[in-house]
Design a protein around this ligand. Structure first.
Ligand code: PLP
Length: 377
């Protein structure tokens, strides 16, 4: 155990082998086609500086981030041969910064296409990704821009496209009719843009899309959530390995009896004799305040309920039913892990696993296991 662990009140352990095995599972689901990991937002809170190299070692060669600043940081982390693409596109004047970081913009409208074309004309061909909106109504060329580009393919002259992509709105709900509509719209757009994107690798599926039919797979997938252990489909058992474990220490145990209340706002009333444990994690650590009175932790294999409100640095658990020798100051409770995965934590807080992972706090002591690469960050 690293010596810095002494005195730690909460420890976040990230299992890089679990991330690697999820990568292999997704690639197998894709029939061996390439998988381009999404490592935006610090690899969904898991730590891009450890996660991206682990994925590189598994064979990933193209990585996606949301922002140029993330690409600049990632460029320092990955070997020079790695390809990086920035989902949020480019603003005028950023072209040289993209080139300096050897990063591809995802071109989201015809204005960005024009900027990149002018840049390629001046500085020589530099790859980019073309994004077509097929129904998410967020980023990407809208239908009238696809029409315009189909009629004037020279607008893209001299841009070597590395990928043409679109993104699904409802892939986690297989029966949703928008999935098929977006698939049809993507095929239509590809057909109409054949002069621009002939032989360019096509990508539609993120995590959940990989678990739709193979019609959604195209040439390359762009998963994030499932790589990090989140369930790709809400109504099915989760095939992904849990990658994070969050443990925190019991600071105090209160022997309670009625009548009394627990926490700010006195929202929890004690009805009889019991044990309340105070734990060193709060909403400042990303334990969402909405979990108060709804979430759980695990102590010695027992599910113990969060009672009262979540404070900034503390929560309170009713540990009356946990093994007595574990309901003691200094013992560790599990707040996220195999027995209480991020998706369950999210369900209790009325949110999604993505928000749980990307909210993981900065005060936790972080430990990385697996990936041939153990230690503390
Ligand atoms: C975030 C994102 C993904 C990854 O989605 P997951 O559901 O996390 O797999 C893929 N493509 C785009 C455009 C995204 O914004």
């Amino acid at each position: 155990m690293p010596s810095s662990a002494h005195g730690a009140e909460a420890i976040l352990t990230i299992d890089l082998d679990a991330v690697a095995s999820n990568y292999r599972l997704l690639q197998a689901r894709m029939g061996g086609k390439p998988v381009a990991p999404m490592v935006k937002a610090d690899a969904y809170g898991l730590g891009v500086d450890r996660v991206a190299p682990a994925l590189w070692r598994e064979g990933a060669r193209l990585f996606f981030v949301a922002q140029l600043s993330e690409a600049v940081a990632l460029r320092e982390i990955l070997p020079a041969e790695a390809e990086i693409a920035v989902l949020n596109g480019l603003f005028p004047g950023e072209e040289t910064a993209f080139a300096a970081a050897r990063t591809m913009p995802v071109l989201n409208d015809l204005g960005q296409l024009e900027l990149w074309r002018a840049f390629c004309r001046q500085r020589g061909p530099a790859p980019a990704v073309l994004h077509i909106d097929t129904g998410l109504t967020r980023l990407g060329l809208e239908p009238r821009e696809v029409d315009r580009l189909a009629g004037s393919p020279e607008l893209a002259d001299g841009i070597p496209f590395a990928m043409v992509m679109s993104h699904l709105a409802c892939a986690d709900t297989p029966e949703h009719p928008l999935n098929q509509q977006q698939l049809t719209a993507f095929h239509d757009a590809l057909d109409r843009l054949s002069a621009v994107v002939a032989n360019v690798p096509r990508s539609l599926a993120a995590s959940s899309g990989i678990f739709l039919s193979s019609a959604f797979h195209f040439d390359i997938a762009r998963p994030g959530a499932a790589l990090y252990g989140l369930r790709p489909q809400e109504s099915k058992p989760n095939p992904m390995a849990c990658c994070v474990q969050l443990r925190a220490r019991i600071l105090q145990i209160r022997h309670v009896d009625s009548p009394m209340t627990v926490g700010y706002g006195a929202t929890h009333s004690i009805r009889g004799p019991g044990l309340i444990a105070t734990i060193a994690v709060g909403y400042a650590d990303g334990l969402l305040r909405a979990s108060g009175g709804r979430g759980h932790a695990v102590l010695g294999g027992c599910l113990v309920p969060m009672v009262g409100r979540v404070s900034m640095d503390l929560i309170t658990l009713d540990v009356s039913n946990a093994p007595e020798h574990l309901a003691q100051p200094g013992q560790w409770v599990e707040l996220i892990g195999r027995d209480i995965p991020p998706d369950s934590v999210a369900d209790a807080a009325g949110t999604i696993g993505y928000e749980i992972l990307t909210s993981l706090g900065a005060r936790y002591e972080r430990r990385y296991i697996g990936g041939g690469n153990e230690g503390v960050r």
